[in-house]
Ligand binder design. Structure first.
Ligand code: A3P
Length: 291
């Protein structure tokens, strides 16, 4: 097996990133949004692929020719020698609207998306911190382009300190939440609500976007984006990406709320809760760690 060189994390504009997210920085910052673009923003592992697939099906239905999700919804921030720049992938998208994925914290989103007159639609998905960190840990184990995760307890500490890719979860979800108060074209969703009632979350998404799918269409989409269906769908499950080692952990791992209970010790959970209280001060932003 080829030797694996995992990238290092470093501080970049106050956020922990690796070279794959800084090398195309100028082009990301100067990215020209189009008026009908839809930006899908998340902290990593919050349900990006799930909501991307839902939006793709809502707008474009079943594709005649199968296309992997990472081509249908390009990842704007990334640059990789093997795949090129996410900004180029987005520029080449023939669709209208373009669905574009980002993990950037709100303050680093390209300026062109904030033109109020154009009214760019942004869909943000957030997931409770405990399940988010568990999912991220397993992702970092299997993705050879991510920094070495180390063991679970050291990973958990680094997550609390914001020393994982894209920095602090606490700042990410809180600052996007704050943005919602002043930017009305931002739809803020929760992974837990999607697990509890996918159909209802699709309804809310449709009313935000002004879409009116038929009842049959909606039922079909709910079926298409079920965890088991997406786990077995080569166009949605990332099994075609060579740097992902599915023998370590699959991309579609569990898709549950509450899997953190299988990872956190009682002491880790207590410490996490204490630390959480000091970081999450806004009482209007509440997450569910079980449903
Ligand atoms: P787990 O690792 O907890 O299973 P992202 O797309 O942002 O990288 O998020 C990946 C997480 O979303 C993974 O969580 C994955 O299993 C979950 N996920 C993806 N599609 C899903 C679906 N259709 N239903 C439930 N969870 C899904």
């Amino acid at each position: 097996m080829a030797e694996v060189h995992r990238p290092e994390l470093f501080d970049f504009h106050g956020v922990s990133l690796t070279q794959y997210f800084t090398e195309n920085w100028e082009n990301v910052q100067n990215f020209q949004a189009r008026p009908d673009d839809i930006l899908i923003a998340t902290y990593p592992k919050a349900g990006t692929t799930w909501v991307s697939n839902i939006l793709d099906l809502l707008y474009f239905g079943q594709r005649e020719k199968p296309i992997p999700i990472y081509e249908r919804v390009p990842f704007m921030d990334v640059f990789h020698p093997e795949i090129g720049a996410g900004t180029d992938w987005a520029d080449k998208l023939p669709t209208s609207p373009r669905l574009i994925k980002t993990h950037l914290p709100v303050q680093l989103v390209p300026k062109s998306f904030w033109n109020k007159n154009a009214g760019y639609d942004i869909v943000y998905v957030a997931r409770n911190a405990k399940d988010n960190v568990v999912s991220f840990f397993h992702f970092d184990r299997m993705n050879m382009d991510q920094p070495e995760p180390g063991d679970w307890s050291s990973y958990l500490e680094r997550f609390k300190q914001g020393k994982v890719l894209y920095g602090s979860w606490y700042d990410h979800v809180s600052n996007w939440w704050k943005k919602k108060q002043t930017y009305s074209n931002l739809h803020y969703m929760f992974f837990e609500d999607m697990v509890e009632d996918t159909g209802q979350e699709i309804d809310k998404l449709c009313s935000f976007l002004g879409l009116t799918p038929s009842v049959e269409e909606k039922t079909r989409i709910v079926g298409e984006v079920h965890f088991d269906k997406m786990k077995n769908d080569k166009m949605a499950n990332y099994s075609t990406i060579s740097v992902f080692d599915f023998k370590i952990s699959p991309f579609m791992r569990k898709g549950k709320v509450g899997d953190w209970k299988n990872h956190f010790t009682v002491a880790q959970n207590e410490e996490f809760d204490e630390d959480y209280k000091t970081k999450m001060k806004d009482p209007t932003l509440q997450f569910r760690t079980e449903i």
